[in-house]
Design a binder for this molecule. Structure first.
Ligand code: FE2
Length: 278
């Protein structure tokens, strides 16, 4: 077991868990270097796919919808001048890479399937794990966009809801550079909405329109190498990064094969590339 009974009880109670020094510094740097190579080799010409959870226009973006079984690049919303040109280098303009790094890139594949992660997922009660989604998030200096309060299950719904998110800090994350904020115990509030495919793209299906009690959010300032475990129903957000420092993170979402992954979830895969475990 990676987790002791207190840690497991804390996860059940709070809906999240912090494990410091879970990833060694060299492994963090290795992922950072690989992400830099991927960005270097990415040709952004002709593509203006602005990612923001506030930006509804993304919902009709085929590039986004087709990224479930590919490696695709999404820009910060504030990366562009009004004339459509980049306000900073390509390297400093990418918001994230998603959503199948863990299956398609050898470096991220290897990292995502290390025994320590497999054991952690097992300890969390995911008996028959499938690696569903991965993202490399840059949270760029000065223009790193806000991610509003949400539950990951809104985007990755399954019945029963056996979904765990792993958030690996590849750099120190502070309030200043846009660390995660979580709502302890908020995973017991129930699912508020679902983000599903629709004929003309996607839409949010509201289940409960009550406001989040956002006063209960607390920041998780963590050191490089920390993993934050997130219950699929835990409300969380991250604020803008206006600081001169980036806040790189790698995230991995795992579901249990026994759960029925909804066919109307936005993230889908082609039959040629089924989900894999460890
Ligand atoms: Fe999230």
């Amino acid at each position: 077991m990676t987790l002791n009974p207190d840690q497991l009880a804390g996860y059940v109670r709070d809906g999240f868990l912090l494990l410091e020094n879970f990833v060694d510094k060299q492994a963090c740097d290795c992922l950072r270097a690989r992400a830099a190579e991927l960005v270097r080799d990415f040709d952004p010409r002709g593509l203006v796919s602005i990612f923001s959870t506030q930006e509804q226009s993304r919902t009709s973006d085929e590039y986004f919808l087709g990224s479930g079984d590919r490696i695709r690049f999404f820009f910060e919303e504030n990366a562009f001048h009004s004339d459509g040109t980049l306000g900073q280098s390509k390297e400093q303009s990418i918001n994230k890479i998603g959503h199948a790094l863990h299956d398609l890139d050898p470096v991220f594949d290897k990292f995502s399937r290390i025994p320590e992660i497999q054991q952690l997922v097992s300890d969390l009660g995911i008996d028959d794990p499938l690696l569903l989604q991965s993202m490399y998030i840059f949270k760029q200096p000065r223009i790193g966009g806000e991610v509003t309060c949400h539950q990951d299950a809104t985007f990755l719904y399954a019945e029963p809801l056996r979904l765990v998110g792993l958030w690996f800090a590849l750099e120190d994350a502070t309030i200043d550079n846009g660390c995660l904020w979580v709502m302890p115990g908020g995973h017991k509030l129930g699912l508020k909405s679902r983000f599903v495919r629709a004929e003309d793209g996607t839409r949010f299906e509201v289940i409960d329109d009550a406001q989040w009690p956002e006063g209960k959010l607390q920041p998780l300032e963590v050191k490089k190498g920390t993993v934050i475990v997130l219950h699929g129903l835990l409300p969380h957000l991250s604020r803008e990064n206006r600081s001169p420092r980036s806040r790189h993170a790698y995230t991995l979402h795992v579901i249990d094969a026994s759960a029925l992954y909804s066919k109307d979830n936005w993230l889908q895969r082609s039959e040629e590339m089924p989900l894999r475990g460890f």
